[in-house]
Design a protein around this ligand. Sequence first.
Ligand SMILES: [Zn+2]
Length: 309
Amino acid sequence: MDEDADYPESDTAQESGSAEGDEEYGFWETEETPSDDSETASSSSGEWTLADYPMGTVKEVEGKIAVVTIVADDASSSWDFETGDGADKLAKYHDRLGDAMSWLEKNIAEYGRDVHFIWDWEEHQELLYDGAFSTDLGSTINKEKEGIFEADEIIASRVNSDAVKKSLQADGIVYLFALNSNPNSTNVSCSFDVGSGPERSMKDYWYMMEGKEEPPYEFLVLMLNHRNEFITSSTIAHEFIHTLSVPDLYAASDTVPQEFVDYAWDNLTDIMQDDNEPGVKITEVTAYYMGLVDHSDLVDQWGLGPSTH
Ligand SMILES: [Zn+2]
């Protein structure tokens, strides 16, 4: 994979290294930790709850969506901003994230939706935090509840979501955990949506199994280093789209039959099919699952499952 070859570029792409040499990395500290008593907190502060957002806060892709980055260590990886390459990696991730958000805005606009992602922590300091997992996230996040619950605990303890929402006047909020995974790691990035649709995520599953109330927040776990490649903006965009309960189109699932996967391989250039293929876009199939269109001929024709939107 060639880094970002043929993938949308933005003006910021050439500015990598902007954080280099900084003493302060600007991780935001919440002034007050949200109360443990979530019922009291939600009624008094207006904090978002699952009752308000049964399909997550970003169910509808429109308006302003706050994109919070949490630079996270786990049991097998860490960030080093003192003597290591932390600053370079964060600057590179900053640019890739910006490209991903621009690409999403532009491609969503093709369907007549006006969405604005507020992601740049250099403009809005309350969009950048640090945090630490005690688990080895790469080996647990997709399989076990510990990493998922820990992610939500970090969000709750580090980020005052209600304050972020208010200060940015955001309609939705989504969290990206950026892991400085080992360069030769084979752990993949993954995303966790909210809701009970056909593409129910492991996050929904474990909250249901444990009988706990699930926070209404979608989050992504981004392994910045994977098989000696740095994460591309198209992979970030792909994972982001998953938070909207959109299935992969490169593998069969309850929603997508194998026959369609075979068809898509030769006939679609879709971000959910092969995110690093040149010229990828949001085709009508992914647009349908994102809730950007009500109908897709291809979905009907190939008997794909219903959209949750
Ligand atoms: Zn995927």
